[in-house]
Design a binder for this molecule. Sequence first.
Ligand code: PEP
Ligand code: MN
Length: 341
Amino acid sequence: MTKSVFILGPCAAETEEQVMATAKAIKRLTVDDAQCTVDDIIFRAGIWKPRTSPNTFQGIGTEGLYWLQRVQAEIGLDCATEVVNTEQLQAVADAHIPYIWIGARTSANPIAVQEISDALCALTERNKHVFKGVFIKNPVNEDVALWIGNIERLEQCGLPIAAIHRGCNHHPCWKMAYELHQQRPDIPILLDPSHMSGDSNRVPELCAKGAELGYNGYMVEVHIQPKEAWSDAQQQIEPNAVKRLTMHDAQCTMHATELLWQRAMMDETDDALWSILKQRMDISQQIGVWKKAHGVDIVQPERYQDILQRRLTWAAAHNIRPEAVRQIMDAIHTESVRIQS
Ligand code: PEP
Ligand code: MN
């Protein structure tokens, strides 16, 4: 996997018609759009879906592998699917699907990954050509050490490997990908803006960010009728929307400057900071309601001094100037008083 990889297709294989129509429309992109060639695109579709609730669509099962075989034979796109255990791996190998990925939930379980890796090595030893490559998503929790551990487990088999950065809880967690790249610059990293945001409206901006940071490829959920999708409907995009994405054709290494990475991490930290500030303001408003109901003054100088003192003690241990703490706390407190008034 030395050049950019575009893994496009629905979250899940639902019906034979949906799979074939989506694959056809994706194939058409390679004709319409000079930035993609057939070799660049792998068609994705989940066959077994590890879902949060048992009351949702769990995937079509092995029947869907036949549809992927049709995509390969009739449309000419290589396919990829997720495997969560060794039985699924065997079924995918038997169907001659050349790419697999380890999903975020499986990636959180090193024993499952080790079992898949052992079976993958055995299959590859018996038949060198059964698989062309393996993709490994980051675990659902922000754990770069486990992500790297899983890469080490799977690279034992000698197949081409790439990581997929899909974020955590609908946040990018750029730091995790940055650290993976620092520790393993030899591993290509693909961006999955669909699971990273859970929102089709955010896919373009995340792809552009990925292009800026020099990601080695993308996995994007594409569905012929996104609104009708049986899973992840809110994050899938139409095939034609792929043309509007900035998916830069990176060379084999991430080229971004240190400054761009640090800025991506800083912007994400600011998002978290402001979201916490908003939470604080909401709590403050509730306290204001209580104060009004009980006839208590809004400004309580003793309470404010107590809060400030605690922050000053903490800041002293973290090399932050007391003056900076006072200014920031004063600004927060002033807004809090306004909200309660
Ligand atoms: C998927 O790609 O459809 C999927 C289930 O993703 P993740 O493992 O990242 O949640
Ligand atoms: Mn999905």
